[in-house]
Design a protein around this ligand. Sequence first.
Ligand code: DGL
Length: 268
Amino acid sequence: MQAAGAIGVFDSGVGGLSVLHHIRQTLPDERLIYVADSGHVPYGDKSPAFIEARALAITRFLISQGAEAIVIACNTATAAAAHTLRVKFNKMPILAMEPAVKPAIAATQSRVVGVLATVGTLQSARFAALLEKYGGWRVKIETQGCPGLVEQVERGELHSARTRELIVRYTAPLLRKGADTLILGCTHYPFLAPLIRDVVGEDIKLIDTGAAVARHLMHRVKAELPPRVSGGGSEAFFTSGDAEQASLIMSMLWGKKVTVERLPNDYL
Ligand code: DGL
């Protein structure tokens, strides 16, 4: 019997697992396949052309494994590659992430919103277009690139002194400018939310897009994909980096022991 169709999810590394958690909760019966492009992390300092090539290779791999829909669980890869993936694979749902500016505008009372994201996301044309779209809302949007934070999550350092130091460095300028709402504009950052909360205090709102993307995916699965197999829920994990190291970190972030396989050479 052919395996049921799957949902393919990828990120530059382990950050997309923050989105996969929401997808698992929202779609308990789906077969989920996750690719961490750990051999090339971080994407934040890579060229858009490089990221686009990686996104294409990983999407082809996911389709070879039975994926019927793709979730780009990475803001930086969305900025660099969502358009191309949607053109090339125009028969399948391609879901993507972008910093949650609209919900943050709805949440702010100080009328200053801070965006924490990778330099790649903040420099992208897609992000400029997003700012332009909400330019007339009389809310100031202040941005802060966060080099090094993705790497801390990749190492599993969710509470270390070094991670705290980086969070203090990146949040302080936004708070000084009056932000009362911070957008976690990179899928690695929700794993740092407890530490960010500890640094910025209880009164600052933290906004992340994972749950909204999972809900959107559920609607598209129902509307566009063949009927699902109930009870078929499972997860498979792949990496372009070191499989043993990825198994350790991903088990910690996923909350149970998982075995991560190395991507076949054709997709590295
Ligand atoms: N999780 C990716 C994002 O959402 C991190 C990108 C990177 O590797 O720099 O932007």
